[in-house]
Design a protein around this ligand. Structure first.
Ligand code: GSH
Length: 230
């Protein structure tokens, strides 16, 4: 049975969506990141990067959400575009765009908007600008086609969905969908899938620490220990 090392946040959620959409049996292993479980030696043996998600499938261990999506798509033969150089090129481009742009810029926007202390104007402006720029590119792609790669629902749509769910929080703008109508259309469509609803239910199927107390801050933002020593 596949083991999915999970916390109910954007990167793990996209992998759970794939498993659910593919009807692939899996077991959830919770990693409570506010309790610091991502730093435990047994988890670091699976993902030395100390982040969720990670996946163990027999003797295969995979970390990084977009690598896991590609692994699962290749394993199952599901949710891939047609096997031509042109289609595969687009798939890899947009998947890596999500991995290297959408995820990191959205994540840093969340950090500087909602967590970082003042002064943060410069950093927040940079990450907010880049997050918007990346989301506008996704929106423009979705203005051309029903899905990211054309008429077919693929792993790239699932990668986008993970972060699309939290764009109002990323941008600090509840009206953000007026500027990203095509992203909203995709989000709403995927949210109607029973698979997406089962992923939503994972939030409450297991207990996770909610308090952002000092221990949680130490686990999630270990870089701050250097400031205390300075
Ligand atoms: N590039 C990684 C990023 C993973 C990541 O940042 N995961 C977050 C949840 S969305 C996490 O585990 N955070 C805990 C921490 O930073 O300590 C991926 O796409 O899987």
């Amino acid at each position: 049975m596949i083991k999915l090392y999970y916390h109910p946040s954007p990167n793990p959620a996209k992998v759970a969506l794939f498993l659910e959409e593919a009807g692939q049996p899996y077991e959830v292993v919770t990693v409570d990141t506010k309790k610091g479980e991502q730093h435990l030696p047994e988890f670091l043996a699976i993902n030395p990067n100390a982040k969720t998600p990670a996946l163990v499938d027999g003797d295969a261990t995979i970390f990084d959400s977009n690598a896991i999506l590609l692994y699962l798509a290749e394993k199952t033969g599901k949710f891939l575009p047609e096997n031509t150089p042109a289609a595969r090129g687009q798939m890899l481009s947009w998947l890596m765009f999500v991995a290297t742009g959408i995820g990191p810029y959205s994540g840093q926007s969340v950090h500087f908007r909602h967590v970082a202390p003042e002064p943060k104007t410069y950093a927040l402006n940079r990450y907010d600008f880049e997050a918007w720029r990346h989301w506008k590119l996704i929106d423009a792609q979705l203005a051309k086609h029903r899905f990211m790669l054309g008429d077919t629902y693929t792993l790239v749509d699932m990668a986008v969905w993970g972060w699309a769910r939290v764009v109002p929080y990323v941008t600090g703008n509840p009206q953000c969908w007026e500027q990203l109508p095509n992203v909203k259309r995709l989000l709403d469509e995927i949210n109607t899938h029973p698979a997406a609803q089962r992923v939503e239910a994972l939030k409450t199927a297991h207990a996770y620490k909610a308090d952002m107390d000092d221990d949680a801050r130490k686990a999630l933002f270990p870089q701050n220990a250097r400031l205390a020593q300075a």
